[in-house]
Design a binder for this molecule. Structure first.
Ligand code: HEM
Length: 309
């Protein structure tokens, strides 16, 4: 089953929209109509701007899935994201029913698509969050480090898409989203060598610190996890920077696509609680999660089928 565009690069620009639904019965019609129209909307934009690299991923929160498509089985790992509370840091859980991740080289193309989506859904939804992200310098997080280096390349789909273990949903994916705000003042006061120990890589060259140099609470140490046979477990990240300089807000929109949510969940537990507990991610001393929601991303085919069910 062909997945949606979950393995695309983060893009020059991105918009993330999370909608809430109040009445599933009332929303079913507009959602199905949008599902029917979406492939052609994206195709049209691709035709009109072949170099824009436009892509659209759509997903559903657990309650929305059950409420909108009661006749469908439920993906194995789909549930409402449960808060993760460590000694010092908390990965908050916030509401979310419908999710859109739009990417393109040109912001106007994304805005056009987002405006069709919003007008098609009309007042059957309420906006929970809309974040506009941008590529910062040479693909760096707003804290100045290159972000995305250890993303899987050739095996991206293998890690990002559900396999045959959940046959009704093969080609689907789980998207975990979190908005982080950075304490830029404290971060900028930290000498570069210390920042490098927080991330686990060199700031300018992006080279990884050696095992001897890298502390156990570095971000890339706690998120490096292994499966039962010692195989590295990965997710496909498409983080992007966002900012509102006038408000003094500088952030990272984290999005991780995975074929198994338990992989992302384990990374989050390592970051917020620590393994062993207490060894939490030092990056969290400079970054606060202000949202957190899990969405199921159906395969492209299933998404089209849902329109006609
Ligand atoms: C404040 C938000 C975050 C920022 C600014 C951030 C930034 C970074 C940076 C700069 C790297 C090193 C380069 C790279 O390999 O991409 C990295 C690596 C990584 N991050 Fe994050 N990240 C954030 C949140 C998260 C979250 C929430 C997760 C997982 C749930 C995560 C998972 C990973 C993984 C798996 C790696 C690669 C580790 C390895 O080297 O094996 N990150 N991140």
């Amino acid at each position: 089953m062909k997945p949606q565009d979950v393995t695309e690069h983060p893009g020059e620009h991105a918009i993330f929209i999370i909608f809430g639904l109040t009445d599933y019965t009332r929303t079913r019609g507009p959602v199905r109509e949008l599902l029917g129209a979406l492939p052609a909307l994206v195709r049209s934009l691709k035709n009109r701007c072949p170099d824009c690299g436009i892509s659209c991923v759509m997903g559903f929160g657990a309650q929305a899935w059950a409420g909108l498509f009661p006749e469908q089985p439920v993906p194995r790992e789909l549930h409402e994201f449960q808060e993760i509370k460590g000694e010092k840091h908390t990965a908050v859980a916030t509401p979310g029913d419908l999710f859109f991740h739009l990417r393109a080289k040109k912001m106007d193309a994304i805005i056009e698509l987002a405006s069709y989506i919003s007008s098609d859904l009309g007042d059957s939804v309420r906006v929970i969050d809309e974040t506009h992200g941008f590529r910062y310098q040479d693909s760096r997080a707003i804290i100045g480090f290159v972000d995305g280096t250890e993303n899987p390349a050739d095996e991206a789909l293998e890690f990002a898409a559900i396999g045959r273990e959940d046959p009704d949903f093969t080609g689907g994916s789980y998207a975990m989203t979190q908005k982080y705000l950075h304490d830029m003042e404290a971060w900028q006061k930290l000498p570069v060598e210390e920042q490098e120990k927080v991330i686990g890589r060199r700031k300018f060259t992006d080279r990884e610190l050696t095992d001897e140099e890298k502390p156990g609470n570095a971000h890339n140490a706690v998120t490096n996890i292994k499966g039962p046979e010692g195989r590295e477990l990965k997710i496909v990240r498409a983080n992007i920077a966002f900012a509102s300089p006038a408000k003094g807000e500088y952030g990272t929109y984290f999005i991780g696509y995975a074929g198994t949510f338990s992989t992302t969940r384990k990374m989050l537990e390592n970051m917020f609680i620590g393994d062993p507990p207490g060894n939490s991610d030092r990056l969290l001393e400079y970054s606060r999660a202000v949202s957190g929601a899990l969405f199921f991303i159906p395969s492209a085919r299933l998404l089209e089928n849902l329109a006609g069910d």
